[in-house]
Write a protein that binds this ligand. Structure first.
Ligand code: PMT
Length: 220
């Protein structure tokens, strides 16, 4: 059994795909199931951390952690930012919609030959987390890529100001979105670690090993 090596940490984890409403019965979504974020929560709890899980997949069980159910990117953003001051680390495994419909129709949109939806940009939650975090709060982002996984992961590590990026390939059926397994790289400014194909629960522990090492080198 793993030691309680994260007992000093209070970790906020995001999980699942956001849903951006079009009308009362339709939404724009993505294929994220929430499994990766929930596996991280389970693994962190087993290692003694306090966990708050901001999730669109609150139907997945997560005994022992504080669950904050959300649906849209805007809800996820305010749930994360209002809790940022009380946590020591943030892991952003959620797939957040980059766009939402500019207008939410009050009534079900009726059939037509062509329907044009106008979309507007959502905020980048990770950007606000990095800007608003207290000194010492560790931030780990994900990078979901369909090609050039390592190169794109390195670029996101540089550009987003995070402490680490988990870069994963989401183009294969046996890993990434909705699969029970995942694989990728854990990238920090000091190290690049290959995360071999494994269950999401095993990969979660490898990511938390990386978090533990970053925490050991905190300067504050
Ligand atoms: O949920 P599962 O089915 O288990 O699948 C897991 C997963 C494939 C969703 C997960 O491993 C993963 O890759 N999550 C990130 C998905 C994603 O949207 O990546 P991105 O490269 O578009 O975003 C980069 C980072 O910015 C992510 O940490 C994301 O949470 C964050 N982001 C993105 C957009 C936005 N508006 N705000 C954000 O904070």
């Amino acid at each position: 059994e793993k030691s309680r090596d994260l007992s000093e940490e209070h970790i906020l984890i995001t999980a699942g795909g956001t849903r951006e409403p079009i009308d009362p019965v339709r939404f724009l979504g993505n294929r994220s199931s929430g499994k990766m974020g929930h596996a991280l929560a389970e693994a962190a709890l087993a290692r003694g951390a306090r966990v708050v899980l901001v999730t669109t997949a609150s139907h997945l069980s997560a005994p022992g952690c504080e669950i904050v159910p959300v649906s849209t990117a805007a809800e996820m953003q305010s749930a994360v930012l209002t809790r940022l001051r009380s946590v020591t680390a943030v892991i952003m495994a959620a797939a957040v919609a980059d766009f939402r419909p500019a207008h939410r129709a009050a009534h079900k949109i009726s059939k037509s030959e062509v329907l044009t939806l106008e979309l507007v940009r959502n905020d980048d939650i990770l950007h606000h987390v990095v800007a608003q975090r207290s000194p010492g709060t560790l931030v780990i982002g994900f990078a979901a890529q369909t090609r050039d996984v390592l190169e794109e992961g390195r670029r996101k590590l540089r550009e987003k100001g995070v402490d680490a990026i988990v870069a994963n390939d989401v183009s294969a059926a046996d890993r990434g979105f909705d699969a029970d397994q995942n694989a990728g790289y854990f990238l920090t400014r000091q190290q690049e670690t290959l995360l071999a194909l494994s269950s999401k629960r095993v990969m979660a522990d490898r990511i938390l090993d990386g978090l533990r090492d970053l925490a050991a080198n905190r300067t504050i």
